[in-house]
Design a protein around this ligand. Structure first.
Ligand code: EPZ
Length: 419
């Protein structure tokens, strides 16, 4: 099993481009199920999760493949869906598979999708997705771990989400785009990935308004056509690379991302002492000195992203002073804490908060990746630690970061993968 070996070294310097957004791409791929014809998505990252989604789309009967060797593009032709069922074996690999339920229900009038179940970072129910489908007139039955959904034709409805849910908003928005009449989604998630999916739907001929606000209004249309779309740069990968630059007191230009998607992250990094300049698709970060301690709380967009919590915490482990990190989105997203402690971090957990007292330098250690962003946090911490850190279970990181070690190496990091 692969391991990533990092030796703490000097400041990272240079320019690095981010890949396309994993979480956008996954939703857009599910969205392609709504149209007959070939949808082409460009700037899709080469990641395990994308391959899993391609596999799911093929299991449903769609043609779904990478467009030629070496291209960051996928083609999805969902003209024929012969089997609207997403089996447990695939859904358990990746929760985002549940995003096929909305499009399948709208296109085929019936769908059977395995319940995703909990995962390392929390219970993660899908009740809000189901509440939305019911409001559109779907009949739902939970059967041996599967959601059986049917509706001869969905009709518009009113959905007030009890929690802000990214995939829930996306799932119901996709279903509503082929329903009869108007659907109103209240307390909709405002994440850029919701806005980007709405952009694809508009290009396909849907009538979706208000994406990016907490009230989305969808007028259902009879059918949707295939479209071409370029996936935007990954804001979380960008934030991770910026944390890597910060922790090593480096100077790095991160290209291929919209800084507007990173505002709350950039604000916090500035508060820690980073000097940051933004251009339309680039962010330049210089870190002149040791980071300063901060307080931050994760929250739905435009709040500080939960997907950046571990990476910023890793920076704060060697910051000057005491920080407080509060996780409000997922109930169990502190699994990196014991691993960071193995590296000498001074962290005390109390409920949903972690009190981090910065130490001058962490010490390299063997550590274990527990989930995607936790592993990114461990790599950030290792970049500024004394000596060698060996991160095992790196398959977690390969789910969401394309060639992370090559990108960091191009900035001067001492990092390698061992088979
Ligand atoms: C998306 O997950 C992302 N995944 C996650 O990315 C990200 O952490 C999360 O949004 C929050 O930003 C994808 O887009 C594929 P939620 P999602 O529904 O949509 C609760 C990463 O590392 N909830 O917005 O599944 C839920 O338990 C990851 O790339 C319900 O209670 O997250 C959580 O506490 C992991 N009922 C909160 O809402 C529901 O029906 C927000 O979850 C749905 C969610």
């Amino acid at each position: 099993m692969d391991r990533i070996v990092v030796r703490g070294s000097g400041p990272l310097r240079g320019e690095v481009a981010v890949s396309g957004s994993k979480n956008s791409a996954l939703a857009l791929m599910a969205g392609a199920l709504l149209a007959r014809g070939e949808t082409v998505l460009e700037n899709v990252p080469w990641l395990r999760d994308i391959d899993t989604m391609l596999e799911i789309l093929r299991a449903l009967g769609a043609r779904a493949e990478w467009q030629g060797e070496g291209a960051h593009a996928v083609c999805i032709d969902a003209s024929r869906i012969h089997n609207p069922e997403a089996p447990y074996d695939l859904v358990r690999k990746m929760r985002a598979s549940f995003l096929v339920l909305g499009p399948l229900l709208a296109r085929c009038g019936a769908a059977r999708v395995s319940e995703p179940g909990g995962c390392a970072i929390g219970v993660r129910p899908v009740d809000q997705h189901l509440k939305g489908f019911e409001a559109l007139g779907a009949k739902l039955r939970l059967d041996h771990g599967y959601v059986d959904a049917s509706a001869a034709r969905l009709r518009g409805g009113h959905v007030a989400f009890d929690v802000s849910t990214v995939n829930g908003t996306q799932n119901v928005m996709m279903a509503a785009s082929l329903a009869d009449g108007e659907t109103v989604l209240e307390n909709a998630a405002r994440e850029p990935e919701v806005v980007e999916l709405a952009e694809l739907l508009l290009r396909m001929g849907a009538d979706v308004r208000g994406a990016g606000t907490d009230r989305i209004v969808v007028q259902g249309v009879e059918s949707l056509r295939a479209a071409r779309h370029r996936v935007s740069g990954d804001r979380i990968e960008a934030g991770t690379l910026l944390c890597a630059a910060m922790v090593t007191q480096g100077e790095v230009l991160v290209a291929g991302v919209d800084p507007a998607h990173l505002e709350s992250t950039l604000d916090k990094l500035r508060e820690c002492g980073a000097d940051i300049e933004t251009q339309p698709t680039r962010v330049l970060l210089r870190m002149p000195e040791r980071a300063r301690a901060v307080r931050f709380v994760t929250a739905p967009y435009p709040g500080f992203p939960t997907d950046m919590q571990a990476q910023l915490m890793a920076v704060l482990c060697s910051a000057d002073g005491s920080s407080v990190v509060t996780e409000r989105v997922f109930e169990n997203r502190f699994m990196h804490v014991p691993e960071l402690q193995r590296m000498g971090a001074d962290i005390a957990l109390s409920g949903r908060s972690a009190h981090v007292t910065g130490v001058p330098k962490l010490a390299g250690a063997p550590v274990m990746a527990t989930d995607l962003r936790a592993s990114a946090g461990l790599i950030v911490a290792a970049l500024a630690a004394e000596g060698e850190t060996v991160v095992s279970r790196v398959y977690h990181i390969d789910r969401g970061y394309e060639r992370i070690e090559e990108k960091l190496r191009s900035l001067g990091a001492d990092i390698r993968r061992e088979g």
